[in-house]
Design a protein around this ligand. Structure first.
Ligand code: 2AM
Ligand code: CA
Length: 264
């Protein structure tokens, strides 16, 4: 298999995410011990660490030439397609027994998302896709919604730990207050990877968050593009810098009015 075949890479990502997800599910609702990595909301469990070990082993067997970057063990991107893996996205949910967490495995090529898969084992749901080749949810083709107006839109967001502090120049609470009256409703469920998948399959009409990491977003962002959606930077409206993670994802139709509310 040529390693640049995006569909083949997305299929490998799904196989690996499913295997890791079965392992992670065995620890769900066991009240696993948590360790704080940074702030009170930045957690790791033994299941995150074991999941990343398994993902790395399986990816290295299937694509020995591709670099791997993961949340818990790091790594360095190469000029070739590079794997970005989150062994559990939504670790706070996982640790509290909430079902909204996922294994996220995506590919960035020269910093841009091209393929990926996300598996939410407690929801028994997966998404897989490759830019230019479409996206599927549990095996059925999926696409972004057709919603035209913000009034009819269900939007998601998230709050990385620093963006919760009132008074921070990019305080997401202020943005939340601004967007809430303009849309049908806002959801805040705690996994960037799943929020992006739910834009890709048309459940949400858009999602925004600031200061995400590339392992949170690589797979989900590829899925949004594969499903016909749009991405832009919350900083300047241009292409997303995945190392900085200031991201607006949408169905395209409501992108500009929402960007006007969110971009300073
Ligand atoms: P995680 O569960 O893998 O840590 C929720 O708003 C999203 O933010 C989740 O995808 C979560 O991923 C991510 N997140 C949590 N802490 C973060 C941090 N310090 N930096 C960037 N993203 C973070
Ligand atoms: Ca994680």
């Amino acid at each position: 298999m040529p390693t640049f075949d995006r569909v083949a890479l997305s299929e490998i990502a799904l196989d690996v995410a499913r295997e890791a997800g079965e392992q992670v599910l065995r620890g769900w609702r066991s009240r696993p011990q948590v360790e704080q990595k940074g702030s009170y909301a930045d957690l790791v469990t033994e299941f995150d660490l074991a999941s990343e070990r398994l993902i790395r082993k399986l990816l290295a067997e299937r694509t020995p030439d591709l670099a791997i970057v993961g949340e818990e063990q790091g790594g360095t991107a190469s000029d070739a397609p590079t794997w970005y893996c989150d062994p559990i996205d939504g670790t706070v949910n996982f640790a509290h027994g909430h079902a909204f967490f996922a294994i996220s495995i995506g590919v960035l090529e020269r910093g841009q998302p091209t393929a990926g898969a996300v598996f939410a084992p407690a929801l028994d749901t997966y998404w897989r896709g490759a830019v230019g080749h479409g996206a599927v949810r549990n095996g059925k083709p999926c696409q972004v919604s057709a919603t035209e107006h913000l009034d009819d839109a269900l939007i998601a967001t998230g709050f990385s730990p620093v963006m919760r502090r009132s008074g921070h120049p990019e305080d997401n609470l202020a943005a939340f207050v601004k967007v809430m009256p303009a849309v049908r409703d806002i959801r805040r469920c705690g996994s960037a990877a799943l929020d992006l998948c739910l834009v890709a399959d048309g459940t949400y009409d858009a999602y925004w968050e600031r200061k995400l990491s590339p392992w949170d977003t690589a797979a989900g962002a590829a899925l949004v593009l594969a499903a016909g959606g749009m991405l832009s930077s919350l900083r300047d409206g241009g292409p997303v810098n995945f190392a900085e993670g200031y991201l607006l994802a949408s169905n395209g139709r409501i992108h500009h009015p929402l960007a006007a509310l969110l971009t300073p």
